[in-house]
Design a protein around this ligand. Structure first.
Ligand code: AMP
Ligand code: ZN
Length: 136
């Protein structure tokens, strides 16, 4: 499964060069060309799925297992102090390449607040309403 105009499909196929950290029959892990921090990498499934909504559950589980293995190895080798796993779905969520991917972002002391958001302050009633919407 491949989409002709997809940059990550081209990377998977070797038509666009990448710095590859890992590869198996289902996934490729590459360095991000616009890294948030030193060593920022991306897990790409070899098949084209636009996002997590489309990715089969089994592949999602395998991607998360691979993320854990990569995180451990990268932490050892890069000597980072922490790690973010980020995964964007949809333009409004910050997705710019519409081929599912997971960001592996090594974190270093004093590397800046790269993923900060402002915490809301909902009251209990609002939280209860949202719970109802999701669960009922
Ligand atoms: P997202 O905003 O979650 O869709 O992330 C897309 C990521 O792909 C960004 O962090 C880009 O820097 C990265 N990216 C785009 N083109 C390439 C490329 N040719 N090789 C490696 N990373 C890329
Ligand atoms: Zn693709």
């Amino acid at each position: 499964m491949k989409q002709d105009d997809c940059i990550f499909c081209k990377i998977v196929a070797g038509e666009i060069p990448s710095q590859t950290l890992y590869e198996d029959e289902k996934f490729k892990v590459i360095l991000d060309v616009g890294p948030a921090t030193r060593g920022h990498a991306l897990i790409l499934p070899k098949n084209h799925y636009a996002n997590l909504y489309e990715l089969p559950e089994e592949d999602a589980a395998e991607a998360m297992k691979l993320a854990k293995r990569m995180m451990i190895k990268m932490t050892e080798k890069l000597n980072c102090d922490g790690f973010n796993i980020v995964q964007n779905n949809g333009e409004v969520a910050g997705q710019t390449v519409f081929h599912f991917h997971m960001h592996l972002i090594p974190r270093y002391k004093n590397d800046g607040e790269i993923l900060k958001y402002v915490a809301g302050e909902p009251d209990q009633e609002e939280l209860a309403q949202i719970r109802k919407m999701i669960t009922e």
